[in-house]
Write a new protein. Sequence first.
Length: 133
Amino acid sequence: MNRQILLAVAGFASVLGTAHAANVTPVKPIEHHVCMALDAPDDVMMDTHHPISFMSAPDPSATVISDASVVMAIDTVEPKKNGYALAMTYTLQPAWISTKWLKPYSVVHPGVTCTPYVMSNGKLGFDFKHHQH
């Protein structure tokens, strides 16, 4: 539970903190993409020597593009390949992510929905909606 709260805070702070400081706003939802969240054990999330990474191809030996974000946009059209899903970096570039620790955002954070957006700064962002029960 604490890990989920930490992940939620980290995700919201990284997206909303930047958006608030720079007055960045959602412009356009990204078609054929859904929000997914990393849901790995703490020892995996905190492993700085082997971080969960965005890859240049759907292969563990491919070039690392960058560390994966806690929340990411996953393509719903491109089929999974070799245990990897096609994702999008914050600069809207394609990248591959292992599906091992991916879960739908709403499963990891019940009561909150997430929609990937192109932001007013031309980068990837997310629109989070909290739902009351």
